[in-house]
Design a protein around this ligand. Structure first.
Ligand SMILES: NC(=O)c1ccc[n+]([C@@H]2O[C@H](COP(=O)([O-])OP(=O)(O)OC[C@H]3O[C@@H](n4cnc5c(N)ncnc54)[C@H](O)[C@@H]3O)[C@@H](O)[C@H]2O)c1
Length: 342
């Protein structure tokens, strides 16, 4: 299928893989990103530098190109930062989405795919988590995503556009060719942090909480390979493009259905890299649920999607290949040059 896709936040980890894969499939893409956490070097195809909080600049994109579908990945997504700077998060994530929706309406663009998160469930009682679990985020970041989900579904009913919300669990792994991968500065995600230790960039990894009610006492998470996430997006876009816009949409989990503890991830990383990863036991972090594992039954039923690349070894092998390879060319010159305040 061919269509014009605007990928807002397409210079980041997920967006850069997605843009590349969409272009491989013949989609025409435009990436719009303020590079606050993204990287110009990771963008394939046309790139427009801009902020979602600059409506005039964003409007220019819609005025100059026919857009068939918007993929909205642009967000601030660090839980601890969201607790320290709530207004910044509400402004960037919710305010930015408001601008996007208003401009889409103005230009008659009636399809949107939005990146949401398992954080909308907070600390779920039932594992695996299904989409009808209570939506009770326990941090500001999760609240912004839930508010956006509501903003999209409420306005689509009235204005008649179609939407798809994908609630990702822990995105992980990298392009098997090693050209794209995860590069958040600062990095808070566990697999790249462990790989920093394997590479000798850090001395140890801190394990936050070793007394949870789990078999080895550490938190259990659902890691989903980036290529599986990309596949879910492509299926969701095809669903949106085939469908007549009718003011309805779906919110579906994207997870592997398997859970690994922090210690299991560290052991697998030791095996893959052949390096010892020293650990330091730290306190629990507020708002960290003991287990977060997805049910993917609904997305399997609706889109025929199933995880194909999400076994832990494949995730860590592809992440390691990127981490010690191309990532360093991009990261080393930028180290220390990023600020996270506005
Ligand atoms: N990585 C994960 O495990 C994960 C899990 C669940 C949900 N998500 C969501 O997926 C999306 C992408 O995540 P990611 O890991 O690729 O993060 P990322 O930080 O690598 O990508 C986000 C991109 O959005 C851009 N951006 C942020 N604010 C912007 C603004 N005001 N205007 C324009 N561009 C802006 C950044 O520069 C960056 O390129 C985010 O919405 C995130 O909340 C990610």
């Amino acid at each position: 299928m061919s269509a014009n896709v605007l990928i807002i936040g397409g210079a980041g980890y997920i967006g850069s893989h997605l843009t590349y894969c969409l272009r491989q499939r013949g989609y025409r893409t435009f990436v719009y990103d303020n590079l606050s956490t993204g990287h110009r070097e990771l963008v394939t195809g046309p790139f427009i530098y801009g902020d979602v909080l600059e409506p005039e600049r964003l409007e220019d994109v819609f005025a100059s190109h026919r857009i068939d579908v918007v993929i909205h990945l642009a967000a601030k997504s660090l839980v601890s930062e969201s607790l320290a700077k709530p207004l910044f998060y509400y402004e960037n994530n919710i305010g930015g989405t408001l601008n996007i929706l208003k401009i889409m309406l103005q230009y008659g663009v009636d399809k949107i795919l939005f990146s949401s998160t398992a954080s909308v469930y907070g600390s779920p009682k039932q594992i695996p988590v299904t989409e009808d679990a209570p939506l009770k985020p326990d941090n500001v970041y999760g609240f912004t995503k839930l508010a956006i989900e509501r903003m999209i579904s409420d306005s689509s009913r009235i204005h008649g556009f179609s939407y798809f919300v994908l609630r990702y669990f822990n995105a992980a792994g990298a392009d098997p060719e090693g050209n794209f991968g995860e590069l958040h500065i600062p990095e808070t995600h566990i697999i790249p942090r462990i790989l920093d230790v394997a590479l000798g960039e850090e001395d140890h990894i801190v394990v936050y909480g070793t007394d949870y009610d789990t078999p080895d006492g550490t938190c259990i998470r659902d890691y989903i390979h980036i290529l599986d996430i990309v596949d879910a997006h492509i299926r969701a876009i095809e669903w949106l493009l085939e469908k007549k816009s009718d003011g309805t949409g779906l919110a579906l989990n994207v997870g592997s259905g398997k859970g690994y503890s922090v210690l299991e991830v560290i052991k697998t990383a030791e095996k893959v890299t052949g390096k010892k990863i020293p650990i330091v036991e730290g306190d629990r972090r507020p708002g960290d649920p003991p287990r977060l594992v997805a049910s993917y039954e609904k997305i399997k039923k609706i889109l025929g999607w199933e995880p194909k690349y999400s076994d832990l070894e494949t995730i860590i092998e592809t992440a390691w290949n990127w981490h010690k390879g191309r990532r360093l060319e991009i990261f080393r010159p930028k180290r220390g040059s990023f600020t996270y305040t506005k």
